[in-house]
Ligand binder design. Structure first.
Ligand SMILES: Cc1ncc(COP(=O)(O)O)c(C=O)c1O
Length: 417
């Protein structure tokens, strides 16, 4: 993107003025100075709020929006999001304790994930958090702990449906999966529930993540609601008459790569609104929860590094930066990508360029491994040492999904502005 001193432009939702990108009116250079240097992640609070508000307008009133903390667990960000959503999905005791420190009530926090330890279960029961049960053994542990505490445990059953979410970056249902209890065994597990120590609050049907295909999401939501409708009837037969919610998952993706188009979110929720009307006799008094992670935060985040060396090797120009794979594993292509592709990036010059010249470079991090790639063969304005190299779409699965201790590099900085 080319801008001159007088124009204001946008690149991936961020404002660019006088050739400098800004976050909440702070230039990158200003943020770097405040933080004592690079590398860092910066998240734009207003962009996250705007995204949530835009979704809420589209959601039918029965549908509640929860944030999946795993996407970005930065405490200041989680506290801020708590003001704008109805609940949290947590995946560990540490995430649960963070969620409990916000204004969200314990019963609107759900704890999912296979392999919860006895201490995880105990902490959640004591805190009144709803446990999403992933196996029959887990149910039996919960019942034992609840009865030893002389307390009722809130649970929802996570179901592995027979169907899958097509065209998903990550599929988490259909076929054999370690997540949830197979749909065909729900009747049996409902019989095993001890009503004296368990309150069955609902069901959780999570089919996948990072989906940009509206039709695939619509189809999956239709199947999910039909299954939910049957499960509610089944639960009633087993005398669970006061279900509170059905969590229908999420899966809304964000475009990371140049060939990807943003998801038609309005289309997805229009269909959800009309699909829900079909099931009003059974589902009318039950909340429908959607849980979203990356769709709320990914596009509001930047990862910022500095060019600290520039070199040529046998005809290929390299920019060497002070940040890399240890902070941003996903961008390096090592977090589930089959063929590595470049995230959208920007070089921000710190000198006044003498001309509009560009160069094709590979941008690497400081780690002594060929995996430490920030961008491969990208065409950028001609770089100097000291320029900023910025990676867009970095607000989710960044710092917390990266091997930050690898090679004992300096600690990473993060800020919400
Ligand atoms: C159960 C569950 N909920 C929510 C999410 C969040 O996914 P995303 O960040 O793609 O919305 C995941 C991701 O793996 C998940 O497993």
């Amino acid at each position: 993107m080319k801008t001159d001193n007088k124009t204001m432009a946008h690149q991936h939702n961020f404002t660019i003025q006088n050739n400098a990108i800004s976050v909440a009116d702070h230039s990158i250079d200003h943020i770097a100075q405040m933080l004592g240097g690079t590398p860092f992640y910066v998240y734009d609070k207003q962009q996250i709020i705007d995204r949530i508000d835009a979704l809420k307008v589209l959601l039918p009133p029965q549908v509640k929006l929860h944030y999946a903390i795993k996407a970005n667990p930065l405490p200041s960000l989680v506290h801020m999001i708590a003001q704008h959503v109805s609940g949290f999905d947590v995946a560990s005791t540490q995430e649960m304790l963070l969620a409990l420190q916000t204004n969200i009530s314990a019963t609107d926090i759900s704890f999912a994930g296979p392999g919860k330890t006895e201490q995880d279960l105990r902490s959640a029961i004591i805190a009144n958090v709803t446990l999403h049960v992933e196996s029959t053994n887990e149910l039996s542990s919960i019942q034992t702990i609840a009865s030893s505490l002389n307390k009722k445990a809130n649970i929802a059953i996570r179901v592995n449906p027979l169907f899958e979410l097509k065209a998903s970056g990550m599929k988490m249902s259909g076929g054999s999966k370690p997540f949830g209890i197979d749909e065909e065994h729900i009747d049996t597990i409902l019989q095993e529930i001890d009503h004296t120590v368990i309150k069955l609050c609902g069901f959780h049907i999570y089919s996948g993540s990072q989906n940009l295909n509206a039709d695939a999401l619509i189809e999956c939501q239709k199947q999910t609601l039909s299954l939910a409708n049957n499960l509610v009837s089944l639960a009633q037969q087993h005398n669970h008459k006061q279900l509170i919610y059905i969590n229908i998952g999420g899966g809304l993706g964000v475009p990371y790569f140049s060939h990807e188009k943003p998801l038609a979110v309005d289309k997805v929720f229009q269909h959800l609104t009309s699909a829900l009307t079909q099931y009003q006799s059974n589902l009318a008094n039950i909340e429908i929860v959607i849980e979203l992670g990356r769709h709320l935060v990914a596009e509001a985040g930047l990862y910022v590094t500095k060019v600290i060396d520039k070199k040529e090797s046998r005809g290929q120009q390299y920019l060497v930066c002070d940040g890399g794979l240890h902070h941003h594993l996903a961008n390096s292509g090592n977090f589930g990508q089959v063929i590595r592709k470049n995230y959208p990036v920007r070089l921000e010059q710190q000198h006044t360029p003498i001309d509009d010249s560009t160069e094709t470079v590979s941008v690497v991090g400081p780690l002594c491994t060929p995996l430490d790639i920030l961008a491969e063969k990208v065409t950028l304005p001609t770089a100097n040492i000291g320029d900023y190299f910025i990676i867009f779409q970095s607000g989710a699965y960044g710092a917390s999904a990266s091997p930050v201790n690898f090679l004992s590099q300096p600690a990473l900085k993060e800020i919400l502005l």
